[in-house]
Design a protein around this ligand. Structure first.
Ligand SMILES: Nc1ncnc2c1ncn2[C@@H]1O[C@H](COP(=O)(O)OP(=O)(O)O)[C@@H](O)[C@H]1O
Ligand SMILES: [Mg+2]
Length: 311
């Protein structure tokens, strides 16, 4: 257990929404404590670039936390801080702490963290280097120095977990965008991380590919105790799957709460550069025109609320 600071103002996690299997436990896999971070100056006589300005955030074991916010808000930097690339690879100046699975990232190497925190990036092409799908997945466990049989077991398991077991002898080049991204997920899963961090994993995919990735995430979370942090612009999927949403703005957490609660605040979110789900916009328009008080962020909720209202 992480030693909890005595500050009673630290908000506890909300109760889990009905569409999630997450059961609040107050076991924190991730704790950010007053995290400030600046990248090194971009020019020799330039200033450091402030990217995070006092992040306090706890993520529970098994929770799915979505990160939203406009470009430059600090989502990627926060993701990179979780596996130590910030600051170990990026340099720069860090204050405050990032505690991942009870260990401070300051005292951990990126290699150690990589086995516990799987990181998936926006562009799958930049994460796939091997000639065959199965080699891509074997790479991480090989680097962990695992025995051959264990590597083989993990490759089969990870490919099955993302629904790519029939593709193991193919070249990653011949996969669709959604399949490539599922392969990138399998490649990190094979290291058996407790935490999966995805930085805009569907931004370069078509809607079908995005749906595949989200369906995979849903299945993974139903079969293993995975904590997920995902930066995304896709509010429909956030409403559908995330337990909590943090909206970043200029390196700070501007809003945090349940997706239902936050994504129905259309104007407030638009001011923070976040597009809300279409049904939430529709609710706001109905409320403005009819004086109604609809609040829905998912299609199924919208259908139910409208059917109730009409009957
Ligand atoms: N490698 C870098 N060097 C200097 N500044 C950076 C670097 N990467 C990001 N930044 C800056 O840090 C801030 C946060 O960026 P980032 O975390 O990428 O935001 P987001 O992912 O929300 O778009 C921005 O001001 C951005 O310009
Ligand atoms: Mg980013």
């Amino acid at each position: 257990m992480v030693a909890l600071p005595s500050d009673p103002s630290v908000p506890l996690a909300p109760s889990a929404p009905s569409h999630s299997l997450w059961i609040p436990s107050l076991n924190f896999d991730i704790v950010f404590e007053d995290l400030h971070y600046s990248y090194p100056p971009l020019t020799p006589d330039g200033e450091p670039v402030r990217a995070l300005r006092g992040i306090d955030l706890r993520v529970e074991q098994g929770e799915f936390l979505a990160l939203m916010g406009r470009i430059g808000a600090g989502k990627t930097t926060l993701c990179l801080a979780l596996n130590g690339l910030v600051p170990h690879a990026t340099g720069g100046v860090i204050h405050g702490d990032v505690i991942v699975l009870n260990r401070n990232t300051k005292t951990q190497t990126v290699a150690d963290l990589a086995a516990r925190v799987g990181l998936v990036f926006q562009n799958p092409e930049e994460q796939l280097f091997h000639m065959r799908v199965e080699d891509e997945v074997a790479f991480g466990p090989e680097n962990l120095g695992l025995p051959r049989e264990e590597i083989a077991r993990r490759v089969t398991w990870a490919l099955r977990a993302v629904g790519l077991e029939d593709f193991r002898h193919r070249s990653p080049l011949h996969l669709s965008g959604g399949e490539k991204q599922r392969l990138a997920i399998a490649a990190v899963l094979a290291m058996r991380p407790r935490i999966l961090v995805l930085d805009e994993p569907t931004a370069s995919l078509d809607p079908r590919g995005a749906a595949e990735v989200f369906a995979t995430l849903r299945e993974l979370r139903q079969t293993m105790p995975l904590t997920v942090v995902m930066a995304t612009q896709n509010s429909e999927w956030v409403a559908e799957q995330a337990d909590r949403l943090a909206v970043l703005d200029r390196g700070r957490i501007a809003l945090i709460g349940s997706p239902d609660e936050l994504l129905s605040q259309v104007e407030r979110l638009q001011a923070l550069g976040v597009r809300v789900p279409q049904v939430a916009e529709a609710a706001a328009q109905l409320n403005a025109r009819l004086g109604a008080s609809f609040r829905f962020t998912r299609l199924d909720d919208a259908q139910r609320a409208l059917a109730d209202a009409l009957s």
